[in-house]
Design a protein around this ligand. Sequence first.
Ligand code: SF4
Length: 407
Amino acid sequence: MATCTGCSLLCEDIEAALENGALSHVKNLCRKGHGHFQAAFTERTVPMIDGQQVDLDRAIAKAAEILRNARSPLLYGWSNSTLEAQAAGIKLAEKLGATIDDTSSFCQGILMERILSGKIPTCTLDDVRNYADTSIFWGSDPSSSHPRHLSRFSYYPRGEKRQKSYEEERTCIAVDVRKSATAKLCSNYYFRVAPGGDGEFLEAILAVLDGKIPRVGDKKKMIEFGSILKKTEWGAIFPGLGMIYSLQDKMELFERLLAKLNEITTFKVIPMVGHYNMRGFNELMREKTGFINRVSFKGGARAHGPEHSVVAAARTCDAALVIGSDPLSALPFGTARALARLPLIAIDPRRSMTTDAAKVVIPSALSGLEAGGTAARMDGVRIKFEPIIDTQLLSDEQIITRIMEAI
Ligand code: SF4
């Protein structure tokens, strides 16, 4: 059995057979996971310095030299690496006095911090399968981003307390700015929010739960929504980036909603984390530093704040190591341009805009297929996996350890 690292569901029931170096038969892999595994056979990276292919030892030695000579290095990425690699990365950051940050810095971090500190109640996906009669996809679209979410956990499966079919025992609600693929599945319970209007929507629900008439939105629909929430026995909310980006500094409203709902019934929250081990990085960082991301170890100290986010640090650091991430295509243009001007070290199994612009490229094994390790699923459950393909490629953890030894 293989584990798919195509998203943070980390499906562990993947059967995959290989023939002549390609996937010949797969079972239980969704279309996204299939693309993720299939891509392991195309566009692979090779060790490079300044665009010239070199042997691996030279690429590692050059990466170590760049980091050793940097005054303010940035170590970024990490959400597509195993816990073992992340732990090695945090040690490397401490040793270098570097800034370390991950993709949660500009996506789910603002919510994950509240989950990990206990401000917002959470649960496991297995609890959702066993007990949930209402699931709310808020600014998230699992049918596209986590294709097996509904079938394994939130809508279609039978669970310990939910033995009847999904139409009878489970209600799915989509709150979104558009009728997404998931919203079409929950078509009776699609609630449209205006772009950037999640704060107003939350205030309207809070009003309804307090027995007041909401001042904004479709009053009839909001009252219907409030009534479903009140009748719920055990509910789960799955916030996606749509909600996070819209709420930003109004996240306190979401905390208030959860507090209110839990006075009436039971409601839990699981952030719809995209990358397969973003939550693992946040948990490890919190354990080791007290913060989930954006930490600088400069001068042996431990500083945290927006000035140590990748967006700010890209402009102030003098070298960067990027692992399992493609910030040059994913981050705002100004940040991407600032990173591209630096001596950049990219560790990745596959080519990307970032590896193409990097001074040093170090190829790595693809986790789940070619490298084993441990990762935290979106609900925090730790999943251990073994590789199913033999490879000469080093894992992320081995590469970081080799760089650290060379420094
Ligand atoms: S749902 Fe996610 S982890 Fe599961 S098979 Fe699809 S991509 Fe892979």
